[in-house]
Each structure stands twice: as structure tokens, then as C-alpha cells.
Design a protein around this ligand. Structure first.
Ligand code: FES
Length: 112
């Protein structure tokens, strides 16, 4: 089940044109500010696991810092000719907090 959880304080969020790495519920997340709009993507690049939050923004995409694959911030799809996708998470600002809607991990049983 998905729930809204705090990703960071609004004051810590990236400014327009910036990206950062963060995490929620153990999931690594790239938080990007595209022209004032906060976007949350999975932080791990499907190419060779580069950290998207260490990359940069071009247009409507976050570019991976390792080999510059470009991921659309709305769909999470890599720009052609590359093939790959990262998760995209809904984001909202509530008071002093930036919240992300994310799937809560299933509780593990004692016998696992
Ligand atoms: S690891 Fe991201 S483009 Fe290669």
C-alpha cells in the first residue's frame, strides 16, 4: 500500500535547475526541481546503477552523471536510443515538508 512520507524539509529541497539524492522508506530517490516543479524519480540508473541525483537537468529530463542517459521526469523513460526506465513518485509540499507517495515495504515474517 502506498503512503505519503517525508522526503526532506522544503528548505533542503533542490532549487530550480538542481537535483539531489535522498531516500524514503529505504528507497533511494532523485529529487529534481524542474523550473520550480519538484519531481521524484528512482535514484538508481538502470544502465550501470549511476546515481541520478548526482546528475543534472536538461529540459524535462534528469541526466545520469555517469554516461548521460536522460530520463523524462514525468514518465521515467530513458530517451532514445537508450532503453530503460526508473520509477516516478508523486510529490507534494505540505507546510515545511516535501512528501513523496511511495509503496510501503511488506513487513517480513519472523520465519523468513
Ligand atoms: S550508469 Fe547511468 S548512464 Fe550509465
Amino acid at each position: 500500500m502506498a503512503e505519503w512520507v517525508k522526503l526532506c524539509g522544503a528548505a533542503e529541497a533542490p532549487r530550480a535547475g538542481e537535483v539531489m539524492e535522498t531516500e524514503a522508506l529505504g528507497v533511494a530517490i532523485c529529487l529534481a526541481n524542474v523550473d520550480g516543479r519538484l519531481c521524484a524519480l528512482g535514484n538508481v540508473c538502470p544502465h550501470r546503477q549511476g546515481p541520478l541525483g548526482g546528475g543534472w537537468i536538461e529540459g524535462e529530463a534528469v541526466l545520469c552523471p555517469w554516461h548521460a542517459w536522460a530520463f523524462d521526469v514525468t514518465t521515467g523513460e530513458a530517451a532514445a536510443p537508450e532503453k530503460g526506465k526508473v520509477d516516478v513518485f508523486p510529490v507534494r509540499v505540505e507546510g515545511e515538508d516535501v512528501l513523496v507517495e511511495i509503496e510501503k515495504p511488506e513487513p517480513r515474517g519472523l520465519l523468513e
